[in-house]
Design a protein around this ligand. Structure first.
Ligand code: C2R
Length: 169
């Protein structure tokens, strides 16, 4: 069953700055690979707080089932979005220059009880996994998508089983 015949976005991919896009593209690519309709845009808790509030408040009504929020440094975006919506928020710590993303990670992961953010690894792998996690959430109500996720896993497993090591150097 296609849960979204209209093609309206089911996942919002948001980020604090366009400088996060090289990282956050990995989430968008994963959603595209699975055929999940998504939108991607810059929304900043710090620099566009009113837009951030509007985005978060409208999310459920617009049909978003998950929001993947990436930010670097004082990465308040995921937590603040989570504070304004009950749509699941998946936080991606973007690697910062000064502190290699440790700051981003700690800003996102250490949420107070009651306002959860699912926090992923720093950088591109974390963004890709956030995309996959959103697919898994949606697959709960979409058998076709679940089958695509199973096939993805099977291909990945086969790739690893086929790995050969070079002879000793
Ligand atoms: N952490 C946040 C937020 C936020 O949390 O609202 N808004 C922007 N930023 C981050 O600032 C970093 C530098 O941004 P610029 O490259 O635009 O200076 C980016 O990683 C962005 O996510």
């Amino acid at each position: 069953m296609n849960a979204n015949p209209s093609g309206q976005p089911l996942v919002g991919v948001i980020m604090g700055s366009n400088s996060d896009w090289p990282t956050m593209q990995a989430a968008a690519r994963m959603l595209a690979e699975f055929g999940v309709p998504y939108e991607a845009r810059v929304v900043s808790a710090h620099r566009t707080p009113d837009l951030m509030f509007e985005y978060a408040e409208a999310a459920r009504g617009r049909g978003l089932k998950a929001i993947i929020a990436g930010a670097g440094g004082a990465a308040h975006l995921p937590g603040m979005v989570a504070a304004k919506t009950t749509v699941p928020v998946l936080g991606v710590p973007v690697q910062s220059k000064a502190l290699s993303g440790q700051d981003s990670l700690l800003s996102i992961v250490q949420m107070p009880k009651g306002i959860p953010v699912a926090t992923f690894a720093i950088g591109e792998a974390g963004a890709a996994n956030a995309g996959l996690f959103a697919v898994a959430l949606l697959a709960g109500g979409d058998a076709e998508l679940a089958a695509r996720l199973e096939a993805f896993r099977a291909r990945q497993t086969q790739t690893v089983l086929d790995m050969a090591l070079p002879p000793l150097a």
